[in-house]
Design a binder for this molecule. Sequence first.
Ligand SMILES: Cc1cc2nc3c(=O)[nH]c(=O)nc-3n(C[C@H](O)[C@H](O)[C@H](O)COP(=O)(O)OP(=O)(O)OC[C@H]3O[C@@H](n4cnc5c(N)ncnc54)[C@H](O)[C@@H]3O)c2cc1C
Length: 100
Amino acid sequence: MVASQQDTDFGKESYRLEPVDQAPYYGAIVGGRLLATLDGLRVNTKMQVLNEQGKVIEGLYAAGNCSGGFFWGAYSDHVPGLTASHALTFGRLAGQYAVE
Ligand SMILES: Cc1cc2nc3c(=O)[nH]c(=O)nc-3n(C[C@H](O)[C@H](O)[C@H](O)COP(=O)(O)OP(=O)(O)OC[C@H]3O[C@@H](n4cnc5c(N)ncnc54)[C@H](O)[C@@H]3O)c2cc1C
C-alpha cells in the first residue's frame, strides 16, 4: 500500500503513508493515564529533583508527569505529541544523567 500510495484498507491519505522498512525495530506500550502535570516536583536541567530550598536531592531524578513546571504557563495544544515526547525525551535524559 505504501509503494502504491493507496490505502485500500482504511483509506488513509497517501501523504500519511510512510514505509517502515529499516531494522532495528523497537516496540513500546504507550498508555498514559494523565495528560500533563502542571506543577509538582521541581527539577533542574539535569532532571534532578529539588527540595523546597531549591537544592538538589541527591540520587533522585524525575521526568514526564513525575516532574513539574514544564507546562505551568500554558498547555500548548497546537504542538501534537508534546506531552508524550516531553516524557520520552526528558526520561531519556534523566536516565543518562543518572548513569553519569
Ligand atoms: C486521554 C489521553 C490522551 C492523551 N493524548 C496525548 C496526545 O495526543 N499527545 C501527547 O503527546 N500526549 C498525550 N497524552 C499525554 C501522555 O500520554 C502523557 O503525558 C505521557 O504518557 C506521560 O508519560 P509518563 O511516562 O510521564 O507517565 P505514564 O505514561 O503515566 O507512565 C507512568 C507509569 O508508572 C506506572 N506506575 C504508577 N505508579 C507506580 C508505582 N507505584 N510503581 C510502579 N509503577 C507505577 C504506571 O502504571 C505507568 O505505566 C494523553 C493522555 C491521556 C490520558
